[in-house]
Design a binder for this molecule. Structure first.
Ligand SMILES: Cc1cc2nc3c(=O)[nH]c(=O)nc-3n(C[C@H](O)[C@H](O)[C@H](O)COP(=O)(O)OP(=O)(O)OC[C@H]3O[C@@H](n4cnc5c(N)ncnc54)[C@H](O)[C@@H]3O)c2cc1C
Length: 427
């Protein structure tokens, strides 16, 4: 193969293709900014599909995230969400969920309160916005409908009996059944993503409905693991509901899970159609920062790629995605070597008790930003006037404990794009 160096130009470069990177590209497109984006698989395929804003604080589960944000601004003024106004968070969430819905992956609009949504184990967690394929669970649980939960022979990471056992006190009308998935019922292991793709075929849906129908009995609703298609889940969902005649809902499975694969494949298909110069499954190897903007260097199967942009948003995630790295004695940011807020020495990374309710200091480490979302260098000054940061890479938040993963990603991407657009257009 002849390898040829290529050069792209854009107003904005987004580095990272997790929730923050994807949200940044969508927000930039909405502002009419030309975008180039680079990123490989991060933790997006692990997510449940729920978009949490703020689900937990020191008092426990949060019902009203907007009130909890007021407390957060007082208690944790350096938290990234404490530095975005309520109006901006609402605008960011609304714009993001509307874009997803318009692109073919229906999401509920963010409301005044969190809803309690089902986890893969049948416990509950507060979240702000959820896929439409999962939404009927909320009404079915509230009404205490007689409901059948079905799982499949050979499918790991989801057990209908476990869901029923954990939920039955709160939801007494639940019952579990296990069946073989049509044409994949030899007893061998089956995978949620494969089942999801199979259900995009009408004949498979028909066969599945024929297997489930006789089991429904008095059930007024049906819960399935999240397998209702990858590309047109709302269509698959509607079709299955009409074949079975009862509301159907999905429950997330253990990762890697279909709802995250849906998000990743949706973005990878639709963003280029909207004009984003997307380099999926690649990493920026080197980022040069200069007066006129940034130059990113990477390599794909056809050779070297150089991207020049007037500004960049760094959304490279934490340890799993490669944005942060834990060396024996220090945590560092991997691409630009930005300053990282971190505990004094490795001995302070973790508390002795893994389940300590206060969490572990390492989880709050990350890149610090100024009020313009520009990452700081070791002297405490912005590392570069045209470099911005967003998402879980940021310091002073513990998204796992605070159930604020999508909230931090979406709200900070919104602000970082705002600031980056101004910088890019400032000449
Ligand atoms: C198991 C699991 C379940 C979760 N469930 C939920 C949930 O129910 N609700 C919720 O709100 N959140 C959930 N989250 C959290 C949520 O997924 C994260 O908070 C969110 O994905 C963070 O987005 P991000 O874009 O900041 O980082 P990431 O998603 O980690 O993305 C970082 C991206 O940067 C890329 N990257 C890194 N280095 C480079 C480089 N040099 N060049 C180019 N690209 C680079 C990575 O490949 C990746 O694409 C869950 C996460 C996990 C792991």
């Amino acid at each position: 193969m002849i390898k040829e160096p290529r050069r792209h130009q854009a107003e904005l470069l987004v580095i990272g293709s997790g929730l923050a990177g994807m949200a940044a590209s969508l927000f930039a497109l909405a502002r009419g900014v030309s975008v180039a984006q680079v990123g490989n698989s991060g933790v997006i395929a692990f997510t449940t599909g729920y978009l949490d804003l703020l689900g937990h604080d020191e008092r426990g589960f949060v019902d009203d995230p907007w009130q909890a944000l007021i407390r957060l601004r007082e208690d944790e003024p350096r938290h990234p969400l404490a530095n975005v106004t309520e109006n901006d968070i609402r605008a960011a969430f609304t714009s993001f969920t509307q874009s997803l819905t318009e692109m073919g992956l229906g999401y509920t609009a963010p409301g005044a309160h969190n809803v309690l949504a089902l986890t893969p184990a049948g416990t509950l967690k507060p979240t702000l916005s959820l896929p439409l394929t999962m939404q009927p669970a909320i009404a079915a649980m509230a009404a205490g409908l007689d409901t059948l939960i079905v799982d499949f022979t050979g499918l790991n990471g989801f057990s209908a009996r476990e869901v029923v056992a954990n939920l039955s006190q709160r939801w007494p009308g639940l019952r579990a059944a296990r069946i073989g998935f049509p044409d994949m019922d030899s007893g061998a292991e089956v995978y949620a993503e494969v089942l999801a793709r199979a259900l995009e075929v009408p004949a498979t849906r028909q066969l599945l409905a024929e297997r489930i129908g006789p089991l429904l009995g008095s059930a007024q609703a049906l819960g399935l693991p999240a397998i209702l298609g990858v590309h047109r889940p709302d269509h698959v969902h509607r079709e299955l509901q009409s074949l079975l005649g009862v509301p159907v809902f999905e429950i997330p499975t253990m990762p890697p899970a279909v709802p995250g694969v849906r998000l990743r494949e949706l973005f990878e298909t639709r963003l280029p159609q909207c004009g984003v110069a997307l380099e999926p499954q690649h990493r920026v190897k080197r980022l040069e920062l200069h007066t006129q903007g940034v130059t990113a260097h990477l390599e794909d199967a056809y050779g070297e790629v150089t991207i020049e942009a007037a500004a960049a948003v760094l959304a490279t995630g934490r340890f799993t995605s490669g944005g942060l790295r834990a060396d024996p004695n220090a945590i560092r940011e991997t691409l630009v070597n930005l300053a990282v807020s971190q505990p004094e020495g490795r001995a302070h990374w973790y508390r002795p008790d893994y389940f300590d309710p206060r969490g572990h200091a390492i989880n709050r480490s990350g890149v610090m930003v100024d009020e313009q979302w520009r990452p700081l260098d070791a002297t405490g000054k912005p590392a570069h006037p045209r470099l911005f940061a967003a998402g879980s890479l940021l310091a002073h938040q513990d998204w796992i404990r605070q159930r604020c993963g999508a909230g931090v990603a979406i709200a900070t991407a919104y602000k970082a794009v705002d600031a980056a657009t101004q910088a890019a257009r400032s000449g």
